[in-house]
Each structure stands twice: as C-alpha cells, then as structure tokens.
Design a protein around this ligand. Structure first.
Ligand code: HEM
Ligand SMILES: *[C@@H]1O[C@H](CO)[C@@H](O)[C@H](O)[C@H]1NC(C)=O
Ligand SMILES: *[C@@H]1O[C@H](CO)[C@@H](O)[C@H](O)[C@H]1NC(C)=O
Ligand SMILES: *[C@@H]1O[C@H](CO)[C@@H](O)[C@H](O)[C@H]1NC(C)=O
Ligand SMILES: *[C@@H]1O[C@H](CO)[C@@H](O)[C@H](O)[C@H]1NC(C)=O
Length: 368
C-alpha cells in the first residue's frame, strides 16, 4: 500500500519539478488570509531547544539576516529552515522559543511583514529577497519583495553586531564589533560563581556599548540616519539581548551564552527561556533606562558629517508614527480583497501596542 502512495506523490510532483518557476508563480500569486495564531497558554520556563529542534546550519539558499533571534529560531526549525515564514509562524516561534509576549511579537512581526514582506501571500524573508517571494500584485511596492535584511524601513544604523549599511556589512555578524562588546563586559560586567569574574552582561554594559556604537557610527558614517523609530528599536534590541538571551532559571546572561546567540545563532547547551513573557512594558523600561544613562538625540548626519538632531517630539506616539506611518508604504492602503484585509489586520496588530495614539496611516514611499 505504501508504494503506490509514493508513486502518486511522484506523479503529482514531477511536473512541478520540470517547471519549477511556473508552478511557483501560480501558487504564489494567490492571496493568503492572515489569521491570528492562538495565544500561548504556557508562559513559564522551558528548556530549549525542545526535542525535534536540533541545530542545523543553514544550507545554500536558506535566508538568514541581521536578527540573531530569528536566525537562531530558523537554525533550530522553530521557523522554516529556509528563512521564509508567515506572520503566524513568526509569532508562534518567538513566543515559544524566547517567551516574547504575544502582543509584542505580533506588533513587531506585523511591522516586518508590512515593511519588508509580502502581505498578500503572507510571507516574509528573514534575510534578503528570494525568488520564493514574488512582488506584490501590480508591483505596487516595486519589482521585488526585499526581506528584513534590506536596508531601510526596518534594518537601520547603529546596530550592535552589524555595521552601518553605508560603511560595511549590515547583515552578517561582525566579530570586531562583538569584540568591543566583550571588552565592555570585562570592564563593566558582573561576576558570577558559575561563569567567572566580570563575565555577566548587565545593563551598564549595554549603556556603554550602545553609546559607543553611536559615537563611532556618527564619526564614520557620513550617511548615518538615526531617527526616532530606529533609535528606540535599536535600544529595544539591546533590551532584547538582556531579556531574551539570559538564562531563564538563574537570570544570568553570560558571555558564552551571548556568544552562542550572536555568533553561532544557536541555543546554548542547558538554556531555559525566560520565566515570564517579556512584554513591551518591560522592554520599553529597559530600553529607556539604557538610553537615559547616556542620551542620544534622534537625528541624522549632514553631508559634512555634522549630526543634526530631529525636532519631532520624543515620545511613544512619535516612535509609532515613524514606524507604522513613515516606514510603511502608502500604496498598501490603495488595495482591495485579501491584501487589504491583511494590511488592516497587520496595522491593527501594531496599533494594539500603542492604543493611546490615534491609528497610524501609512505614508511611506513605495519601492524603497
Ligand atoms: C518578532 C519578530 C522579530 C522581527 C521581525 C525582528 C527583526 C529584526 C531586524 C530586522 C533586526 C535588524 C535591525 C538592525 O540592527 O538594523 C533585528 C535585530 C535584532 N533582533 Fe530581532 N526581530 C524579531 C524578534 C527578535 C527576538 C525574539 C529577539 C531576541 C530573542 C531579537 C533580537 C534581536 C537583536 C538582539 C537584534 C540586534 C542585532 C544587532 O544589533 O547586532 N529579535 N531584529
Ligand atoms: C569581581 O571579580 C574581580 C576579580 O576576581 C574582583 O577584582 C572584583 O572586585 C569583583 N567585583 C565584584 C563587583 O564583586
Ligand atoms: C541555566 O541555569 C541552569 C540552572 O538553573 C543551569 O543548569 C544551566 O546550565 C544554565 N544554562 C546556561 C546556558 O547557562
Ligand atoms: C554642516 O552642515 C550643516 C547642515 O547643512 C550646517 O548647519 C553646519 O553649519 C555645517 N557645519 C560645518 C562645520 O560646516
Ligand atoms: C491606486 O490604485 C489604482 C489602481 O491600481 C491606481 O490607478 C492609482 O493611481 C492608485 N492611487 C494611488 C494614490 O496610489
């Protein structure tokens, strides 16, 4: 009985193999309605990775990008190993694998999908563009769907372990930048009986490192852009490091654990995810504390290299409008059917996080 079944599978898949592009195009031009995945009921510590989620390095053609969290999840099969995922798959993976709060995961993923994915077929590359993700119908946002690693909208300047786009590799782990972080751990970190003297990453380390990264980028990158959305996202990423990469049972973020996530993109041996869901309040509090210790005003470099601070308000709604309005293309509103339903769903998923602000209306340029 098994054999005929296998033959049937072959019979069906042979034409697909013979005409891969054709098969891909037909299927991929059908809209897929996004449906919110179930909220997790279990938000305590669990040991990771779970059985069935071994580390396997990416293969040729698999997409990986600037986010060590998503790369790790893809390397362990919490996300599809090819690095191309739906809204539902990303929300489920980050809530399960790192215990990120469901609403925060949904809002961040929604922004990623609107800014850099294809919200018609519900697919987002965690790396660059790929033939597996077509442009939007009518190419309303340009001839390709670009992916989270593409510079602009989401990926931006003053990252921790990636260089600014204008002056280096903004996608892959940069050992020189990480070495600077480790130096600061040795200088400002905490001691631990488990991992040794000054080997524990703490908030002070992040305060020093984020400020150093800004000072260095400001001096080196004539094209530096550091507006409010990127400033607060980048400090949020520092808070992600402290909150989501720390071992959930003892709360320790050792240099070896941090190295495992950033350099190897792999869960360290004996890792437990955090013991309570990490929500926007917690991330915002830590990001705010890191920034307040050594403040940096949002702004951008003028061509002569002078940093020109922005004059906008510095508050939560301004962050929200910079992301969900400025960095989402306006053409997405000029749509119908499944695409419009998905766009509305995604915009609402971001608004849930900023419910005190009037809803953002996308006003970004297309094709950038
Ligand atoms: C929920 C969906 C997520 C999306 C769409 C996302 C997307 C991104 C993107 C586009 C970047 C690059 C920004 C840049 O540096 O220019 C980034 C950076 C980063 N992400 Fe994620 N991310 C997600 C979840 C996570 C999770 C769960 C973690 C931690 C467990 C995480 C940790 C980080 C860190 C630490 C960085 C900064 C890397 C660096 O500056 O060197 N992210 N993320
Ligand atoms: C950490 O350990 C180092 C070296 O053992 C020691 O000099 C330092 O005083 C310790 N710091 C703290 C805060 O315990
Ligand atoms: C996490 O803490 C537990 C003890 O609660 C320990 O057994 C384990 O080795 C730690 N894992 C890491 C990655 O430090
Ligand atoms: C650099 O350019 C900015 C903006 O055009 C200008 O305000 C500033 O005076 C210039 N600074 C120098 C040193 O030329
Ligand atoms: C909206 O879409 C229609 C049809 O694709 C197009 O003709 C029109 O120019 C678009 N309007 C805007 C404001 O993008």
């Amino acid at each position: 009985m098994l054999l005929p079944a296998i033959y049937v599978v072959f019979a069906v898949s042979l034409p697909t193999l013979a005409f891969p592009e054709l098969a891909l195009r037909d299927r991929d031009h059908e809209g897929v309605r996004i449906v919110a995945p179930p909220r997790p009921t279990d938000t305590g510590v669990i040991p990771l990775p779970e059985p069935g989620h071994p580390f396997i390095p990416p293969r040729r053609g698999d997409q990986r990008g600037p986010c060590p969290g998503l790369n790790t999840l893809a390397n362990h099969g919490y996300l599809p190993r090819n690095g191309i995922a739906s809204f539902e798959q990303i929300v489920s993976a980050v809530t399960r694998g790192f215990n990120m709060d469901y609403d925060l995961a949904s809002g961040l993923t929604a922004f990623g999908m609107l800014a850099r994915g294809n919200p018609y077929i519900n697919k987002l590359s965690i790396g660059l563009d790929t033939p597996l993700i077509p442009p939007l119908p009518g190419k309303i946002d340009g001839p390709i769907t670009r992916g989270l690693a593409a510079h602009g909208r989401f990926e931006g300047d003053v990252s921790m372990t990636r260089q600014d786009f204008a002056i280096g590799d903004n996608i892959h782990f940069q050992r020189e930048l990480f070495a600077q972080l480790l130096d600061l751990v040795a200088q400002y970190g905490d001691n631990s009986t488990v991992t040794g003297p000054r080997s524990v990453v703490n908030r002070r380390v992040m305060e020093e490192f984020k400020f150093k990264r800004f000072v260095d980028s400001q001096a080196a990158d004539k094209k530096l852009e550091y507006h409010i959305g990127r400033v607060l996202l980048s400090y949020g990423e520092a808070a992600f490091t402290l909150n989501f990469f720390a071992n959930g049972t003892d709360g320790i973020l050792s240099t070896s654990t941090m190295t495992s996530f950033f350099r190897d993109q792999r869960f360290p041996k004996g890792f437990y995810r955090r013991s309570a869901a990490g929500n926007l309040d917690k991330i915002g509090e830590d990001a705010g504390a890191i920034l307040s210790a050594k403040p940096v005003p949002p702004g951008a470099n003028a061509p002569n290299g002078t940093y020109i601070p922005d004059t906008d308000n510095f508050d939560g709604c301004s962050l929200y409008y910079n992301l969900a309005a400025d960095n989402v293309p306006a053409v997405l509103l000029n749509t119908t059917g499944v695409l419009k339903q998905n766009v509305d769903f995604l915009l609402n998923s971001i608004h849930v996080l900023f419910s005190d602000c009037p809803p953002a209306v996308p006003r970004g340029a297309a094709g950038v």
